[in-house]
Design a protein around this ligand. Structure first.
Ligand code: FMN
Length: 172
């Protein structure tokens, strides 16, 4: 099977990571793949911010948890890396553009032997003061919203199979 087709067919979300750190070169590759995603009218109004410090990720998870009224155990699966995909709040294509980039991030991570899962929780709380304060400290632009994050790390367990229930149809 073609390598790209196989990568698409085998992509799965991973929600359990080892403690092993991810190398900076791999993180750079993942961000470069995100930057090559398609964007509406080619605007590329996004930024991809990789946080490679578990303690900083835990702080963000804790602020998000507080903002959403969740318990203290919420840790975004405690990944080695969190890629925050942000975009101008006024950008017409912000969410769809970032979704395209998220798929590139998933595929790049998998190709490097890493697990990845989409973390959506910032979508509704990126402007909560504590959350925004941390985003600011990470260098996420003030006029950006967060339209998906990718938790990434070495998989602690192989992700299970997921039944595909969506329909496909071909008209000839
Ligand atoms: C828009 C969107 C939001 C998602 N948010 C989360 C999330 O917050 N936490 C999570 O564990 N998975 C999240 N996921 C991952 C989905 O649960 C996952 O893709 C789906 O169950 C199919 O499994 P697969 O990725 O292994 O094919 C999200 C996926 C998408 C596309």
């Amino acid at each position: 099977m073609n390598e790209v087709i196989r990568a698409l067919m085998e992509r799965r979300s991973c929600r359990s990571f080892t403690k092993e750190a991810v190398g900076r070169e791999d993180v750079e590759t993942i961000l470069d793949c995100a930057l090559r995603a398609p964007s509406g009218m080619g605007k590329q109004t996004w930024q991809f911010t990789a946080v490679m410090d578990r303690e900083k990720i835990r702080k963000l998870a804790s602020a998000v948890s507080e903002a959403l009224g969740r318990g203290p155990e919420y840790d975004m699966y405690d990944p080695a890396v969190l890629v925050i995909t942000s975009n101008e709040k006024e950008s017409r294509y912000r969410e769809v553009d970032n979704a395209c980039a998220m798929e590139n991030i998933y595929l790049a991570a998998n190709a490097l032997g890493l697990g990845c899962v989409w973390i959506n929780q910032l979508l509704t709380c990126f402007d909560e003061p504590k959350v925004r304060g941390l985003l600011r400290a990470f260098g996420v632009p003030e006029d950006h919203g967060v339209y998906g994050c990718a938790a990434i790390g070495y998989p602690a367990a192989a992700p299970g199979e997921k039944e595909r229930v969506g329909k496909k149809k071909i008209v000839e």
